[in-house]
Design a protein around this ligand. Structure first.
Ligand code: ADP
Ligand code: ADP
Length: 226
C-alpha cells in the first residue's frame, strides 16, 4: 500500500479561491518525495488537508491505507508535520514542547522523555533544551519544529518549506537529518519552491501549479527533460 494516496482532492476556500482543482498522486513507502510549485500553487493547502488543519471540499486521501477523513486520529498518528510557520509556544522550553507533543499522542512519560532527548540531540538542540524557546535562533526554531514532529515516530514526515529563510549551514544540517530519517525507513514529503533543493534530496517529484499537478515523475527523468 502507498504511504500516501490522494484522489481527486479539491479545495475551494470561502473566498471562492480554488486552491486545489482535483489533485491525484501517490507516494510509495520509503520515498523521498518533493512537492514543488510557485507561491500560491496550493502546496500548503494540500498539506493542511493531510494534517487535518484544512477541510477538503471533495476527494479523498489515505495514509498507509488509512482514510484521513473517516479515520482521522488513526491517520494523524502516522504523520509527522513540520508546518511553515513557527507555531509552538515560545515561552515553553524545547524539552517540554517535545515531551508534551509525545503526550498528545499517548506516548508514556518515560518514553516521551527519551524521545525528546534523542531528537533534540540529533538536531543539535540538546544544550538549548531548557531555555525558553523564544531565545532560540530562527534556524534552531526550525529544527525544534522537526524534533517535535518526530515525537510520534511518524511513518510519514511532511515538511512544508522547512528551509525557507534559513542560512546554508543550517539548511545543510537539516537536510542531513531528514536524509537520515528517510534512510531509516520514514517516508518523507517536502514542499519547496526551489528546484535545487528538491534535486539534491528527492527521488520523485510532483509539480503543482494553480491547484493542478502538472508533472509527476522520477527526479532523474525530470532533470533529463530540462
Ligand atoms: P476553511 O474553508 O478551511 O475553513 P476558510 O475559507 O474559512 O477556511 O478561510 C478562513 C479565512 O482566512 C478566509 O476567508 C480568508 O479571508 C482568510 N485567509 C487566510 N489565509 C489566506 C490567504 N492566503 N489568502 C486569502 N485569504 C486568506
Ligand atoms: P502555496 O503553499 O503553494 O504557496 P497555498 O496553498 O498557500 O499555496 O495557496 C493556494 C491558494 O489558496 C492561493 O491563491 C492562496 O491565496 C489561497 N489561500 C490559501 N489559504 C487560504 C485561506 N485560508 N483562505 C482563502 N484563500 C486561501
Amino acid at each position: 500500500i502507498p504511504a500516501l494516496e490522494v484522489t481527486d482532492l479539491r479545495k475551494t476556500y470561502a473566498t471562492g479561491v480554488q486552491a486545489l482543482k482535483g489533485i491525484t498522486l501517490s507516494v510509495q513507502p520509503g520515498d523521498f518525495f518533493a512537492l514543488l510549485g510557485p507561491n500560491g500553487a496550493g502546496k500548503s493547502t494540500l498539506i493542511g488537508i493531510l494534517s487535518s488543519l484544512v477541510n477538503s471540499s471533495g476527494g479523498s486521501a489515505r495514509v498507509f491505507g488509512v482514510d484521513i477523513h473517516s479515520h482521522r486520529s488513526e491517520a494523524m498518528r502516522l504523520i509527522g508535520l513540520v508546518p511553515q510557520e513557527i507555531n509552538f509556544n515560545q515561552f515553553e522550553k524545547p524539552f517540554d514542547i517535545c515531551v508534551n507533543q509525545a503526550g498528545f499522542y499517548g506516548v508514556s512519560r518515560n518514553e516521551a522523555r527519551q524521545r525528546a532527548e534523542r531528537y533534540l540531540k540529533e538536531l543539535s538542540l540538546w544544550d538549548k533544551a531548557q531555555m525558553p524557546s523564544r531565545t532560540l535562533s530562527g534556524g534552531m526554531k526550525r529544527r525544534l519544529m522537526i524534533a517535535r514532529a518526530m515525537m510520534n515516530e511518524p511513518r510519514l514526515l511532511i515538511l512544508d518549506e522547512p528551509t525557507a529563510g534559513v542560512d546554508i549551514e543550517v539548511r545543510r544540517s537539516m537536510w542531513k537529518f531528514i536524509t537520515g530519517i528517510n534512510e531509516a525507513g520514514t517516508t518523507v514529503i517536502l514542499t519547496t519552491h526551489y528546484l535545487e533543493e528538491a534535486e539534491q534530496l528527492c527521488r520523485n517529484i510532483a509539480i503543482i501549479d494553480k491547484g493542478t499537478i502538472i508533472e509527476n515523475t522520477a527526479m532523474k527523468l525530470l532533470l533529463a527533460k530540462l
